[in-house]
Design a protein around this ligand. Structure first.
Ligand SMILES: Cc1ncc(C[n+]2csc(CCOP(=O)(O)OP(=O)(O)O)c2C)c(N)n1
Length: 579
C-alpha cells in the first residue's frame, strides 16, 4: 500500500513541464530497466532525439554502429541466439526501417527474441508521404509477434516493458516499436517503471496430466518410435530433459537444422539431421516409424517433403508452445500445447525406470540404414572438397567453435559435417534462408561471448551481401573468423539447375568477385587464401591462430553437390544419395 504521505507528496509536487522527461529519456530509462546494455543501430533524422539521449547514457548502454541496418538486426539475432537474451536494434524511419525488414522476418521465422525500435516522421506528417516516411507498422505486421506505433510519450515505459515480455515469452520473436519524432521529443509526466501495470500472465501453459500420461503410454508401447526435435528444444532450455528422456527409453532422435545441438550429434541415439539434406537413416526412420514424437518443431516443408507421404505409418504426438503451430501442416493424433521442457519433465515424472534393451529390432534396422548409406563424399588430390573443409574445421577447433552460416550449400555441409554438441552452438538462418546472415550474426554472438571462438562459414555469394560489416568487426575489435567457401557460383541454385534444369546454369556464375584477401585487408582485417588440398591445414591453423578479425578464402571444387537430397516436394524415400 502506498503511504498517504507519499500520495500527498505526489499530488502536491507535480514536476514543472520543462523538468518532465522527454520520450527519448523515458525510452532509455525503460531499456536500462529491462537490463539492456547493448544496442545495434544506425542513426538518422527521425531518431536524433533518441541518439542524443543515448549518448548521455553511454556509460550504461553501449551502442554498436553497424554499416547497414540488415546487419544490425542479424547482429541482434546472433546476440540473442547465443545467449537467450533479447537483442535490441535502433534504426531510423523510412529506409532505415525497410532495410531492417529482412532481419525482422528472419527473427520471426526462427523464433528469435528481438526488440526493434524504429523512428517515424512526426505524428502530424504521418500519411502525407513525408520525407523518409513508410508505414513501418503495416510493412512489418505479418512478420512480428507484435508492433506498436507510439502516440504519447507517457506510454513508452509500459510499451517497452510489454514489448520485452512479448519478445521473450512463449514462442519468442521480434517486436517493433515505431516512435514518431515528436513523441521522442515530447515532455511528459513520467510513470515510474515499478508502477507500470503488466496485464500479461507470466505462467506457461500447462499440459494436463491425462494427456501427458497418454503420450507416455503411446511412446512406451510404440515399436518404431522416433523423436523429431527442433529449435523449441533450444529455446526452452530442454536439452537435459530431452537427453534423459531419450536415454531412458532408448529412443532414436533426429534434429532439424534449427534443432542441431539440442541433442548431441555425437550421441549414439542421434541419427543426424532429417529432411531435404538429412541423413538416409533419419529420413528412412521417419518414413518407417509407427510413432513420431515432434518436440518444438513446425513441420517445415524442407523437413516433410511431400506431406501426403510424410511418416505415412506413424501416429504423431506434437508438443509445441505455440498453438498456431499445432495442426498447421500435419494434424497430430495427440497435441500437447506447452513448453517442451516442462512437458518432457512431466513425461519423466510419469515414467518408471526402463531397461536399455528396448526396441532391439528397430535399432537393428536403423543401424543397417546407417551402415548402408552414411554421409560420404569422394576425396580429391587436386581440388579442395568443401566437406573436407568443414571436417578440418571441426578437427582444428576440437568441435568447440560457435559456428554461424549464410544460406546455401556450405550451410548444409556445416550441418552435415560439423557435429554440434551443445545448444546455441550453431546459429543459422533456418526459416527465411537469408543469404548474408552469417557475418553479422557472428559479430552479435562474439560480442555476447567474448571468450568464445566464433566462426562464420559463408558462401562467396552470401558474404557479398553483408561484407561491409567487416568494418564493424574491426571497429569494435570482434575477432571473428570468416571462412568463405568460394566455389565461384551461387552454389545451391547451380546444384538445382544441374539436377533439375538440365544443367542450364542461368545467372549463377559469380566468378567476377573481389579479391577477398585484399578486401579483408582493405577493412583492416587479415586475409588468408588456400587453393590446394595439401595447404588446407596449415592455412586454416594460421587463420584460426590470428588474434584479430580474419577472413579465409577457401577456393573449393566448383561443382560439388550436397547429398543426400530429397527433391523438393518429393517422398523422403525418393532420396538421391549420390551423383
Ligand atoms: C537474400 C537471398 N537471395 C536469394 C536466395 C536464394 N539462394 C539460396 S542459396 C543461394 C546460393 C548461395 O550462394 P553462395 O552464397 O555462394 O553459397 P553456396 O550455395 O555456394 O554455398 C541463393 C541465391 C537466398 N536464400 N537469399
Amino acid at each position: 500500500m502506498i503511504a498517504q504521505q507519499e500520495i500527498n507528496n505526489r499530488v502536491a509536487t507535480p514536476p514543472a513541464p520543462d523538468e518532465m522527461p522527454t520520450g527519448a529519456e523515458m525510452l532509455i530509462q525503460a531499456l536500462v530497466h529491462e537490463g539492456v546494455d547493448t544496442i545495434f543501430g544506425y542513426p538518422g533524422g527521425a531518431v536524433l532525439h533518441i541518439y542524443d539521449e543515448l549518448w548521455r547514457a553511454r556509460d550504461r548502454i553501449t551502442h554498436y554502429l553497424v554499416r547497414h541496418e540488415q546487419g544490425a538486426v542479424h547482429m541482434a539475432e546472433g546476440y540473442a541466439r547465443a545467449t537467450g537474451r533479447v537483442g535490441v536494434v535502433l534504426v531510423t524511419s523510412g529506409p532505415g526501417a525497410t532495410n531492417a525488414v529482412t532481419g525482422i522476418a528472419n527473427a520471426y521465422m526462427d523464433s528469435t527474441p528481438i526488440v526493434v525500435i524504429t523512428g517515424q516522421v512526426p505524428k502530424h506528417l504521418i500519411g502525407t508521404d513525408a520525407f523518409q516516411e513508410v508505414d513501418t507498422v503495416g510493412i512489418t505486421r505479418p512478420c512480428v509477434k507484435h508492433n506498436y506505433l507510439v502516440r504519447e510519450a507517457r506510454d513508452l515505459p509500459a510499451i517497452v516493458r510489454e514489448a520485452f515480455h512479448l519478445a521473450r515469452s512463449g514462442r519468442p520473436g521480434p517486436v517493433v516499436i515505431d516512435i514518431p519524432k515528436d513523441v521522442s521529443a515530447a515532455r511528459s509526466n513520467y510513470s515510474r517503471l515499478d508502477h507500470v501495470s503488466f496485464p500479461f500472465s507470466t505462467q506457461l501453459a500447462h499440459v494436463d496430466h491425462d494427456s501427458a500420461r497418454e503420450a507416455v503410454r503411446q511412446i512406451v508401447n510404440a515399436k518404431r518410435p522416433v523423436l523429431y526435435v527442433g529449435g523449441g528444444i533450444v529455446n526452452s532450455g530442454a536439452v537435459d530433459s530431452l537427453l534423459s528422456f531419450a536415454e531412458l527409453l532408448h529412443l532414436p532422435v533426429t534434429p532439424t537444422l534449427m534443432g542441431l545441438g539440442g541433442f548431441p550429434s555425437s550421441h549414439p541415439l542421434c541419427l543426424g539431421m532429417l529432411g531435404m539434406h538429412g541423413t538416409y537413416a533419419a529420413n528412412m526412420a521417419v518414413s518407417e516409424s509407427d510413432l513420431l514424437v515432434a518436440l518444438g518443431v513446425r513441420f517445415d516443408d524442407r523437413v516433410t517433403g511431400k506431406l501426403a507421404t510424410f511418416a505415412p505409418h506413424a501416429r504423431v504426438i506434437h508438443v509445441d508452445i505455440d498453438p498456431a503451430n499445432i495442426g498447421k501442416n500435419v494434424t497430430p493424433t495427440l497435441a500437447l500445447t506447452g513448453d517442451v521442457g516442462q512437458v518432457l519433465n512431466q513425461f519423466l515424472s510419469i515414467l518408471e525406470q526402463q531397461s536399455e534393451e528396448r526396441l532391439g529390432l528397430w535399432w537393428d534396422q536403423i543401424r543397417r540404414w546407417q551402415l548402408s548409406q552414411p554421409l560420404r563424399f569422394s576425396g580429391s588430390q587436386s581440388q579442395i572438397k568443401p566437406q573436407t573443409v568443414i571436417r578440418e574445421l571441426h578437427r582444428l577447433t576440437n568441435g568447440q567453435a560457435l559456428v554461424t552460416t549464410d544460406v546455401g550449400q556450405h550451410q548444409m555441409w556445416v550441418a552435415q559435417f560439423y557435429p554440434f554438441i551443445r545448444p546455441r552452438q550453431l546459429i543459422t538462418s533456418g526459416g527465411l534462408g537469408t543469404m548474408g546472415f552469417g557475418l553479422p550474426a557472428a559479430l552479435g554472438a562474439q560480442l555476447a561471448l567474448p571468450n568464445q571462438l566464433v566462426v562464420a562459414v559463408v558462401g562467396d555469394g552470401g558474404f557479398q551481401m553483408t561484407n561491409q560489416e567487416l568494418a564493424t568487426a574491426v571497429q569494435y575489435d570482434l575477432p571473428v573468423k570468416v571462412l568463405i567457401m568460394n566455389n565461384g557460383y551461387l552454389g545451391m541454385v547451380r546444384q538445382w539447375q544441374e539436377m533439375f534444369y538440365d544443367r542450364t546454369y542461368s545467372e549463377v556464375d559469380i566468378s567476377v568477385a573481389p579479391d577477398f584477401v585484399k578486401l579483408a585487408e582493405a577493412y583492416g582485417a587479415a586475409g588468408f587464401r588456400v587453393k590446394r588440398p595439401a595447404e588446407l591445414r596449415e592455412v586454416m591453423e594460421a587463420w584460426l591462430r590470428y588474434e584479430g578479425v580474419a577472413v579465409m578464402d577457401v577456393v573449393v571444387a566448383k561443382e560439388e553437390n550436397v547429398f543426400p537430397m530429397v527433391p523438393a516436394g518429393a517422398d523422403a524415400r525418393e532420396m538421391i544419395t549420390q551423383a
